[in-house]
Design a protein around this ligand. Structure first.
Ligand SMILES: Cc1cc2nc3c(=O)[nH]c(=O)nc-3n(C[C@H](O)[C@H](O)[C@H](O)COP(=O)(O)O)c2cc1C
Length: 409
């Protein structure tokens, strides 16, 4: 019995050394935190610790029972990939064409409001990463950095301006002129906010811009000192397009947004904006047809990340039929619920031209400013590339519906 056992000897340093490779020590806490995040979900966990609860909840939350968002994420989770093996996938090309121009990957940064609240580097951080990676960036009407400052921060990034049609039409027209003059390529008109969605977390947290000073706020300052120090020592928080607001977000939205908006306003926007027009927030085949008839260059199938109508259709589920009906006349994009590069691949395989990501990059921003957005983007890109390789696909153009099965409920 014993003769089968391996012989033992005293360990010698010369034998151990080749087995142990010293890991480089990372002294910077942010870099350490970000390096530990392997997924967007990890960045979300890191983000939660970094920012005040009301800020995290504003970003992470959705409307009412948050059913729209949960369903959208569930659809991404339950779909099934169908791979094909034995193809040379050593080189993978993720480039695609969006609005007639090349993009390095089929995703773009969605417009999000109040970005400087999530991290003081705000919109500039996001647009810098967009520029470095060749990914389009959409600035929100509710952005906290001006149109001109965003343009100056990243002159060669592809930039789109997201517009809400305001009650004050002249103000909206002026914004369009400023975006055009600053070199923004396309206008993204958001149409799913005739009134504010009921975001219960914000109501419960008493979320307001700028933050109000209460006993709770003081307690938060003690637990998130770095965030507060950054807020207080950088330029005061104002909007890209308006100033001086101290009530809740819902009150702001109701004051600004116009529930009387119709197709006639779309034509008015068209007459003010000479470049490509993207309509964001389409949630039915009929509306997709109306947009195609109106001649818009792209539509975004979206329920606003679940932040407006709860129990809305899952945007991803609309992609195949909408592409079949109008895909030859207008580009069909999708968003809501994207948390990984594999989600992006699935959406493109189902027919989406490109995908907008919102929270995925905001979790990175909250976790570590520009470096966090960089980390989020790297995660999405690597996941996308690997998923394509494992599917046996070498380019975005090769992805098609055969690669994704949607199990019946
Ligand atoms: C914090 C936050 C703020 C947003 N602000 C805007 C906005 O100002 N304008 C807009 O059109 N969409 C806005 N959206 C919606 C996004 O553009 C996008 O549709 C949504 O985030 C996609 O879902 P995802 O977060 O699951 O990727 C916002 C989303 C979040 C999470």
């Amino acid at each position: 019995m014993t003769e089968h056992m391996s012989r033992r000897q005293l360990p010698k340093w010369s034998g151990i050394k080749p087995l142990l490779r010293a890991r480089p020590v990372e002294f910077n806490a942010t870099n350490r935190r970000l390096a530990r995040a392997l997924t967007i979900a990890d960045l979300r966990t890191a983000a939660r610790r970094r920012v005040p609860r009301a800020v995290f909840d504003y970003t992470d939350g959705a409307a009412e029972g948050e059913i729209s968002l949960r369903r959208a994420r569930r659809m991404f989770q339950t779909l099934e990939f169908s791979p094909s093996v034995l193809h040379d996938v050593s080189g993978v090309d993720t480039t695609c064409t969006v609005l007639g121009r090349a993009s390095t990957a089929p995703f773009a940064f969605a417009p999000t409001g109040f970005t400087r609240l999530m991290h003081h580097e705000g919109e500039r951080a996001v647009v810098h990463v967009a520029e470095r990676h060749g990914i389009p960036y959409a600035l929100s009407t509710m952005g906290t950095t001006s149109i001109e400052d965003v343009a100056a921060a990243a002159p060669s990034a592809r930039k789109w301006f997201q517009l809400y049609v305001w009650k004050d039409r002249a103000a909206g027209e002026e914004l369009m002129m400023r975006a055009r003059a600053a070199g923004f390529e396309a206008l993204m008109l958001t149409v799913d906010v005739p009134v504010a969605g009921n975001r219960l977390r914000d109501v419960r947290n008493g979320f307001s811009i700028p933050p109000t000073l209460s006993a709770r706020t003081l307690a938060d300052i003690a637990t998130h000192p770095a965030w507060w120090a950054n807020l207080i020592t950088t330029e005061p928080l104002t909007f890209a397009s308006l100033s001086g607001w101290d009530r809740t977000i819902a009150e702001l939205i109701d004051a600004l947004f116009d529930p009387t908006m119709t197709m006639a306003d779309l034509e008015w926007v068209r007459s003010c904006w000479p470049g490509p027009l993207i309509v964001k927030g389409i949630q039915s085949l009929d509306d997709a047809r109306r947009m195609a008839e109106a001649g818009v260059e792209a539509i975004v199938l979206s329920n606003h990340g679940g932040r407006q109508l709860d129990r809305a259709p899952v945007p991803l589920s609309l992609v195949p039929e909408v592409v079949d009906a109008v895909g030859d006349r207008t580009e069909v994009w999708v968003d809501t619920g994207v948390m990984s590069g594999a989600d992006i691949v699935a959406a493109v395989a189902l027919g989406a031209r490109t995908v907008l990501v919102g929270r995925a990059y905001l979790y990175g921003l909250m976790a570590g400013g520009e470096r966090g957005v960089e980390r989020a983007t790297g995660i999405l890109e690597r996941e996308m590339r690997r998923t394509m390789q494992l599917l046996g696909v070498r380019s975005v153009g090769e992805l098609d519906r055969r690669h994704v099965a949607i199990p019946a409920h």
